[in-house]
Design a protein around this ligand. Structure first.
Ligand SMILES: [Zn+2]
Length: 381
């Protein structure tokens, strides 16, 4: 599980005399078998290492780089077989004993760079598209808490209370029975209050984005009366489960289903807003040509793009200028070169310009609007 501390450590990593290797690799096996992916990755690593070694100044730097690549290969090859992630991002500086590896739930562009700072933009762009979900599975005596993030689940403890038994059938009758019933009711209320307090601590401590509740319908309905207003506002959905039998993989599956719905609703809303604004001429553009122009001018604040949308075109790779037409680069004046996918260039350009990228997972109102668009910070005439 990727923790906030881990990301903060990466952001603040400063290295002195060595270079840090940043490596983004697709491990997706949807299109080819593991053995083929392995061969491709090995070739890629070897070629990059040779190329990067020529840029290193000292013997110590070269040695650190060599160990980075050995460590990366040793880590990546088993991951291809394990097939847990679509891609990985790795940051390594052997000379400084720095190593971080992230399993990613979405494809990335293959990148291998050695520089004085880690190249983190593609990673932060992916992280900003995913939210941290806090899950509580609750019944009348127990509660279990979990964290779900980037397709992984982590245990966050729970609450176990002793609840006095209820009156048995054909029980004591009269005052004693009412007394026992009342004690039973109070114990459950006390349990819900304890769970609600503990859950608030877990949620705020872990800086979660959304809350998901799981359990039987009746106890969930009762428990919600005890939820802190902060948590009520962050509640994203419920799933039905028998807390005594539900497994951790089932909890993950159920939470991912809620997450998918929440994220999809968010994407639909953004796309609807973009189309409305673009049609009113208010700080939004739709379609590839207009979007490329807005990105080039640094006007775009949020780029919306349909996942899997690709268009060949032209680019000046030195200036990160992308275009649908064969023309001269407006920045350096050199002719643009053919480019297999200008949408990918647009995403790279967005990352460079601190523009948020939102991938749309299905057909939204933007489908008719050119499958790509941008919400703008401001609009020049
Ligand atoms: Zn140029």
């Amino acid at each position: 599980m990727i923790t906030r501390q881990q990301v903060e450590q990466l952001l603040s990593f400063q290295n002195g005399q060595y270079l840090v290797t940043s490596c983004y690799l697709n491990l997706d096996r949807a299109k080819m078998p593991a053995q083929m992916v392995k061969i491709k990755v090995k070739d890629l690593l070897q070629a990059a290492q040779q190329q990067l070694a020529q840029k290193t100044g000292s013997h110590a730097q070269r040695e650190s780089l060599r160990r980075d690549f050995a460590d990366i290969e040793a880590y990546v090859l088993p991951e291809i077989v394990a097939n847990r992630f679509k891609a990985v991002a790795i940051f390594s500086c052997a000379g400084e004993k720095f190593w971080q590896a992230y399993g990613l739930p979405r494809m990335v562009r293959n990148i291998l760079i050695a520089d004085h700072n880690p190249y983190i933009r593609p990673l932060t762009a992916i992280l900003s598209e995913y939210h941290r979900y806090c899950v509580a599975v609750v019944d009348r005596a127990h509660a279990k808490f979990y964290e779900v993030y980037l397709g992984e689940i982590l245990d966050h403890g729970g609450v176990d209370d002793e609840i006095p038994r209820r009156v048995r059938e054909g029980g004591l009758g009269g005052r004693d029975e009412r007394h026992i019933e009342r004690r039973h009711g109070h114990a459950i209320q006390h349990h819900y209050r304890t769970v609600a307090e503990q859950l608030l601590r877990v949620f705020t401590g872990g800086r979660f984005d959304w809350l998901v509740l799981g359990g039987q319908r009746e106890p969930l309905r009762e428990f919600k009366d005890y939820l802190h207003p902060t948590l009520r506002r962050r509640w994203a959905g419920d799933f039905h489960a028998d807390p005594t039998h539900v497994t951790v993989p089932e909890i993950l599956q159920q939470t991912l289903a809620v997450e998918e719905r929440v994220e999809w609703e968010h994407e639909l809303k953004l796309a609807g807003e973009l189309i409305q604004k673009a049609e009113a001429g208010q700080r939004a553009v739709k379609g590839l040509g207009a979007t490329l122009t807005a990105l080039d001018r640094g006007e775009a604040q949020t780029l919306l793009v349909e996942d899997g949308f690709e268009v060949p075109g032209y680019a000046c790779f030195a200036c990160h200028f992308a275009s649908l037409e064969q023309q001269s680069c407006p920045h350096c004046g050199k002719p643009v070169e053919p480019c297999a996918d200008v949408v990918d260039e647009a995403i790279e350009l967005a990352l460079q310009r601190n523009c948020q990228v939102e991938h749309l997972q299905g057909p939204t109102p933007l489908r008719e609007g050119g499958r790509i668009g941008a919400l703008l910070r401001y609009q020049t005439a």
